[in-house]
Ligand binder design. Sequence first.
Ligand code: FEO
Length: 396
Amino acid sequence: MKLHIKSNVSWVGKIDWELRKFHGDEYSTHRGSTYNSYLIEEEKVALIDTVWIPFAKEYVENLRKIIDLKKIDYVIANHAESDHSGALPELMSHIPDTPIYCTANGIKFLRGHYHQDWNFHAVKTGDRLSLGKKELIFIEAPMLHWPDTMFCYLTGDNILFSNDGFGQHYASEFMFNDLVDQAELMAECIKYYANILTPFSQSVDKKIKEVLSFNLPVDIICTSHGVIWRDNPVQIIEQYLKWANNYKENQITIVYDTMWNGTRVMAENIASGIKQSDQKVNVKLYNLSKSDKNDVITEIFKSKAILVGSPTINRGILTAVAALLEEIKGLRFQGKKAAAFGCYGWSGESVKVISENLESAGFKVVDAGIRSLWNPDTKSIETCVEYGKKVAGLFN
Ligand code: FEO
């Protein structure tokens, strides 16, 4: 399959409608994904990125129908992760001497993955590669989201090839941002940012400002996953600048797990108290054992504050809650508040354990949290409602 983008630039990647888990089993992909590879056929021919390993043979077979592989003058590897470099061994078995342009880290990482001594050329920000009348300009983008990541820019056509940046795990036969359902698209964009790019928000902000300072016109952004931004591509750049700067909506998310429903009853009554105190705030509840982890993380990303609940078990907390706390520690959310709650029967450590974890994850824990002995009785339920009213104020 070859999809024309502009002038002599085409998409030659793979749409993966079946994908439901990415990064092993770490990231849910309800709407599949795409691995975007681009072919630029100017006086010189450049191929930007490839596809994931399971599609390597199919990809190269497809490419051979489009172009004699020997006519590819340059391979550009914007990022060494296997979803983009996976077809390199198959491709390079046909054209072993063709130069591969990537960052110095890219060379290390590609060698680490494939143990091949291909004809590597390291590039830095500002380096140019002539394709004839047009040029590719390379822009290193370390930690967006790996140390090897880079973007490149095609002069004349004003296309930014941004690799993972501005991408989404979103399969669509339309392939262009103006043709797809906008709500679906933005839902996948924010999920991608929340789950993958949040820890690198400072780098995102800095890199976007650096690229903007080059004053290069950007007509199209060709990402490595999901749709190509050809209609008002600035919209996703502006959205990234918002997401990179302590993003929050007027939302409070309550996440919990429960053994015999006591902690669920607490969650619902805390929510009731919040709503009684503040009708405008969007309160959402998720039982972590029944919810998709990555969807919950997206909701946390959108929140100004979270409440985390677990009953006490073996002096600790339930594993679904522990797993979420471990994940959000790595994501390093900024500027969010939090509190803990949970039922207990005798020792009752869960609220303290959750609060400590939230603090070490960078949340501002607003108080000591709330506990309920055994199943909440009428008095306990009233206490939870009152607690909801109180934290509604503390979370502002
Ligand atoms: Fe889409 Fe970092 O690979």
